[in-house]
Design a protein around this ligand. Structure first.
Ligand SMILES: *[C@@H]1O[C@H](CO)[C@@H](O)[C@H](O)[C@H]1NC(C)=O
Ligand SMILES: *[C@@H]1O[C@H](CO)[C@@H](O)[C@H](O)[C@H]1NC(C)=O
Ligand SMILES: *[C@@H]1O[C@H](CO)[C@@H](O)[C@H](O)[C@H]1NC(C)=O
Ligand SMILES: *[C@@H]1O[C@H](CO)[C@@H](O)[C@H](O)[C@H]1NC(C)=O
Length: 398
């Protein structure tokens, strides 16, 4: 009898869990429909294509297939644009120019790429970590970003750092429901392969403005994209999360590229101690130096570790939780990391190669003008740019 009762209880509990899961799923799909249908017109046409149509369609961009497969499996984000490094410089130039004209009729059409000769295959000749070769691990550099006045300048600065790194694939995941034309206009300028994703934070996590899990939907989308698009048989790869306002020494890329499973290293300008880092003794991690341990098994900063892509496939459901402050810890725990497996980098964690710099935020200024029609010379065009980039506003009195 007792056994039977327990069995019944189990069934009831299972049904309860199933009901809750269904409600949550409904919530997500409802939300997903919003995300799907608010993407920019250019992308939504390819988003809505069936894979077979996509392949048949005129497909100079060769991205619709990727886009469709991503959207089929997870509707929580939209791939705005994917560009690979195998496109020839001439193609790249033509593509760039045409897209600028098609997308952005309001902007002044200056061809910034004219007269530029890109280096081959996106491999920068200035790469300092000159370990170019087919056996060199690719670096997936995941950058969560969000719309704000400083977004374009931050991405410009970061893109120009990443231009110096060979075998790097940049995943820019933006916390907005639609694709930003300004960002799609900017990213080709760095001549590195990239994917631009619109991955807005689900509104259920926005209720408490003091505890919003920023960047989580972005990183989850990027991890999902890698799982769908990386062929583990083809090449080895390393995943790193780098925010758009951080500062990266080029030696960092040389260090993380050799990550076999998980590597860790110090991050400067973090927390109350000025640095966050594992403590190393005889080449092994013996503890952590971080001003907010909070009972975390891995009290590390998001920019303080890199993982090998194989872990994503070994633990196919491991992802980052929407839990403020515990994103790194729970993610690393879900990947089954043990302390003795951590590979210390940056000279046994004694050199700081990445910095948590932050850009001061200032409110958006509004410029008062008498009348837009009477502005002299180039000023009207410039102020249109200022408005379009969201860095300022113009208010015409008349
Ligand atoms: C770019 O490279 C091609 C072939 O190497 C060359 O013919 C062309 O003049 C170069 N263009 C510029 C602007 O340097
Ligand atoms: C790299 O390329 C060379 C020659 O193309 C080939 O012999 C070698 O097996 C390749 N290495 C890897 C790891 O793919
Ligand atoms: C990778 O290789 C394994 C075994 O060699 C094979 O079963 C699998 O289908 C391959 N995966 C892809 C994506 O090619
Ligand atoms: C790190 O420490 C180990 C053990 O003391 C030592 O063998 C190794 O050479 C050190 N590595 C560097 C880069 O200093």
């Amino acid at each position: 009898m007792h056994v039977r009762k327990t069995w019944k209880t189990t069934v009831v509990m299972f049904l309860a869990v199933a009901a809750v899961t269904t409600v949550t799923a409904a919530f997500y799909f409802n939300y997903a429909a919003t995300a799907c249908c608010t993407v920019a017109p250019l992308s939504s046409s390819s988003l809505l294509q069936e894979p077979s149509n996509a392949a048949a369609a005129d497909n100079e961009l060769s991205r619709s297939k990727l886009v469709s497969s991503a959207v089929r499996i997870s509707k929580l984000y939209a791939v705005c644009e994917t560009r690979d490094h195998l496109r020839s410089p001439a193609d790249r130039d033509r593509f760039s120019r045409r897209r600028r004209q098609a997308d952005d009729s309001t902007s002044v059409n200056v061809d910034k790429n004219a007269g530029n000769n890109y280096s081959k295959n996106g491999e920068s000749e200035t790469a300092r970590d000159g370990d170019i070769g087919n056996d060199t691990a690719l670096i997936y550099f995941i950058t969560p970003t969000y719309p704000r006045r400083e977004q374009i300048p931050e991405l410009t600065r970061l893109g120009q750092t990443l231009m110096h790194v060979s075998r790097l694939y940049w995943i820019v995941a933006d916390d907005r429901p639609d694709c930003s034309l300004q960002i799609m206009n900017l990213l080709p300028d760095f001549s590195i392969p990239y994917t631009y994703i619109a991955s807005p934070m689900p509104s259920i996590y926005k209720r408490d403005p003091d505890a919003m899990p920023r960047g989580v939907s972005n990183r989850r989308a990027a991890l999902n994209w890698i799982r769908l698009n990386h062929n583990i048989n083809d090449s080895n790869a390393v995943i790193y999360f780098g925010d758009d306002d951080n500062t990266f020494h080029l030696d960092l890329f040389k260090e993380i590229r050799t990550t076999k499973k998980i590597s860790m290293f110090p991050v400067g300008l973090v927390g109350e101690y000025g640095v966050s880092s594992p403590i190393i003794d005889k080449g092994k991690v013996v503890g952590f130096f971080d001003s907010w341990p909070a009972k975390r098994k891995f009290p590390v900063d998001m920019a303080g570790f890199a993982i090998n892509v194989q872990l994503l496939f070994k633990y196919p459901y491991a992802t980052m939780p929407y839990k403020v402050g515990f994103e790194e810890d729970r993610f690393l725990s879900a990947l089954g990391i043990r302390l003795d497996e951590i590979e210390p980098k940056a000279e046994n964690c004694t050199r700081i190669l990445v910095w948590h710099t932050q850009t001061a935020k200032k409110p958006k200024p509004i410029v008062m003008v008498r009348s837009k029609a009477t502005l002299p010379g180039s000023l009207a065009t410039l102020l249109d740019q200022v408005t379009m980039l969201g860095i300022g506003g113009v208010y015409a009195v008349i």
